[in-house]
Design a protein around this ligand. Structure first.
Ligand SMILES: [Zn+2]
Length: 287
């Protein structure tokens, strides 16, 4: 019997927060690396790859987005993916022709992959399931917008968001990442209907239209919401080069709050440098 050790990560994310609980368990759950094994068989030699994404790109976080984009591009040599929120907390809408929209177009023209990241990023749904209420309240600080939406509401936000971003950048938008990486049943159904080619959560990247698994493995992310979360995310980033060395794809996610914490920025720079030196930086569309 093949015995595989896996790192089972429970990563809890808000836009400013992450708490990481790690349990090394064996033997492996079949699900985590099965996608990798399939991918390994598909490619004769597995090039190790890296995707860097700057989350929560929105007018309210323009300065932080600039800082994180510049850092990622300096280290990896290419602009990171940008996860754009069309109307962050319904108080900072991006409008065609405004200053942020023009900046967004510039980034896209320079090669940044533009990804739709919710509509408002704010979870206003009433959750029926106790587990969802717990996740919404305690794990994401009210940021899991797509956790409790109906299929109809999710479809409306997906199509409005995609239309807006495509009008602004003049290119197709094919990828979607739910705020806090949380998807409810309605969101999953709507994503498939809307024809998005890529979505991701904490542990995998998949094609919502076909259900095909494209990549697996945890996202490296940092938290700035509290000293405890900062400490836990620094710890995980320290361990990530060893824990994720054999992963075909490493994903690194940067959040606006990171830009205000010097220790996090040092950790991000160190982590990006480590993986960028050992891996090819690619886009979600390359998966
Ligand atoms: Zn976000």
């Amino acid at each position: 019997m093949k015995l595989t050790w896996i790192c089972d990560l429970d990563v809890t994310i808000g836009w400013q927060g992450v708490s990481v609980m790690m349990n090394i368990v064996a033997p492996a759950k079949e699900s985590l690396f099965s996608g990798n094994r399939l991918a390994s068989r598909a490619g004769a030699v597995c090039a190790r790859r890296l995707i860097v994404a700057v989350h929560d790109a929105a007018p309210v976080f323009e300065a932080e987005t600039e800082t994180l984009n510049a850092l990622a591009e300096r280290i990896t040599g290419r602009p990171p993916a940008m996860l754009v929120v069309p109307d962050h907390w319904k108080g900072g809408a991006i409008r065609q022709g405004d200053a942020f929209a023009r900046r967004l177009r510039d980034w896209a023209d320079r090669g940044a992959e533009i990804v739709l990241h919710g509509w408002s990023h704010r979870d206003e749904a009433r959750h029926e399931r106790r587990a969802d209420r717990f996740r919404a309240r305690h794990m994401t600080a009210g940021e899991g917008e797509f956790l409790g939406l109906s299929t109809e509401e999710a479809r409306d936000r997906l199509t409005r968001g995609r239309d807006l971003l495509e009008d602004i950048i003049g290119q197709p938008v094919r990828a979607f990442v739910a705020p806090a990486w949380l998807y409810g049943e309605g969101a999953r159904a709507a994503l498939g209907e809307c024809g998005f080619a890529l979505a991701e959560d904490h542990m995998r990247v998949w094609n919502p239209a076909t259900g095909q698994w494209l990549a697996g493995g945890p996202v490296i992310s940092w938290a700035s919401r509290s000293p405890g979360r900062i400490a836990s995310s620094l710890l995980f980033a320290r361990a990530a080069p060893i824990l994720l060395a054999r992963q075909e794809l490493v994903r690194i996610a940067l959040h606006p709050g990171d830009a205000h914490v010097p220790s996090l920025m040092r950790s991000i720079e160190r982590t990006l440098t480590h993986f960028a030196q050992r891996r090819e930086t690619v886009r979600y569309a390359d998966l």
